[in-house]
Design a protein around this ligand. Structure first.
Ligand code: ZN
Length: 263
């Protein structure tokens, strides 16, 4: 299998920088496993019922309410139907990543067990705020995985995702949330892609001399369940970028990274 990766921009909510905050989703066409969507952004039900679906956080996130920005609208614009998306792999279940799950109700949803646990049985105040059970009230077909597995470029990874090819891996990167993970994809001659989710929020974090604007740095800390783990995993990603030239790393919310991946 040689997956062909296409990228989708999804719901945008302005917190930082230029006033827009994309949620970078990735649609992967596979030869034998249908379409695979990595993260879902906001969904059509969030647009229809922001109060019920997003709760008080809707006031914090200046999100884009254009229906054309949803993953389902962009999947359909490419000529596909919703049920062509047979699998969704989520980096984590924060409300800005999981809202589109209900637009693909028949897809199998893959994630780390620790994240599933955190979202369905939140224990801390932060976990109660960040997860919205309405976003998975349709009852997805969950597939959960322990955080340990095989080795991948200096990281641990989970390679055997139920029904998915071995070229698609979950890479545990906890810190932002309890069971946060990156998703690595072997894109054949294009090398590896690593969707790092919210392991970092700004491209400068992976630079040789890492930095971030103060507002982003503050938000990263406020949103982190475990700040030390977040910083440690971010540093590992920075080292990975310096070490491995065949891995393109991008996070969920950096508009410049998104633009560079689409060009
Ligand atoms: Zn996010």
């Amino acid at each position: 299998m040689c997956p062909v990766a296409r990228r989708l921009v999804n719901g945008e909510g302005g917190l930082f920088e230029s006033g827009t905050l994309p949620c970078h989703c990735l649609l992967i066409e596979t030869d034998h496993h249908g379409l695979v969507l990595v993260d879902t952004g906001y969904g059509t039900s969030d647009l229809a019922d922001p109060e019920g679906r997003l709760g008080p956080m809707r006031h914090v996130l200046n999100w884009n309410r254009d229906p054309k920005g949803t993953a389902i609208a962009q999947v359909e614009a490419l000529g596909f139907a919703r049920d062509d998306v047979r699998h969704v792999v989520v980096t984590h279940l924060d409300l800005d990543h999981a809202g589109g799950l209900s637009d693909f109700p028949n897809a199998r949803v893959h994630l780390l067990a620790a994240e599933h646990d955190a979202a369905l049985r939140p224990t801390t105040r932060l976990e109660h705020q960040r997860y919205r059970s309405a976003q998975w009230a349709h009852g997805p077909e969950w597939r959960t995985y322990a955080s340990k597995g095989e080795a991948w470029k200096g990281f641990e990874c989970v390679r055997e995702l139920d029904g998915l090819p071995p070229e698609l891996l979950l890479v545990p990167l906890s810190g932002h949330t309890r069971g946060h993970a990156g998703v690595a994809i072997d894109a054949g001659s294009r090398g590896w892609l690593l969707h790092a989710g919210d392991a970092y929020f700004f491209r400068g974090r992976l630079a040789q001399a890492p930095w971030a604007p103060p507002g982003i740095a503050l938000f990263e800390r406020l949103a982190a369940l475990d700040t030390n783990a977040m910083i440690a995993n971010r540093e590992r990603l920075r080292e990975l970028r310096a070490r491995e030239t065949d891995v393109r790393i991008f996070c969920a919310h950096d508009p410049v990274e998104l633009a560079s991946m689409r060009s």
